[in-house]
Design a protein around this ligand. Sequence first.
Ligand SMILES: [Cu+2]
Length: 175
Amino acid sequence: MSINVPEKYWWDIPLDQDEKTWIKVAIVWCILLTVMMPWWHISGNQNPSSEFYRITTDNFDKLTDKFIAKYKVGEEEGIDVVAPPANTDVFVRGSQWMWEPILKLKKNQTYRIHLSSVDVNHGFSIVPINMNFQAVPGWDYVLTLTPTTSGEFHIVCNEFCGIGHHTMIGKIYVE
Ligand SMILES: [Cu+2]
């Protein structure tokens, strides 16, 4: 009986110059990306807000209703449309399965958007600009938002929240 033992294993073969170059490139790239993460967190201007408060779902519900009643300008398919003035506190409520109200905002004006959910977790994704936030029950998440482009934006829920999840689409108009 004999066993074929190769004379040389792959680890005995010295690295090719091309291989060495690519290993160096990969290491440099890893280091660069690792440094980028904390660096961008400090100096980047696309960081989401870190302003949030504890709030009961009942209170958030009431504040949203109050806000809608104050600035309501119409309705679209049964959902209230509001046009709040600049620099006001705006409330956006996520619930199974809708975003309320529909917002009418002015370009280059700043708003304080309070985002929360009154039931389960929802994902607040503004399309087509691909900005993503979380609507979490019990937490009032405050986003200071200044729209810089006019048009019609959709809010798509990106956190699976039940059978009607795919119908959970809100709207923001920027004029
Ligand atoms: Cu959802």
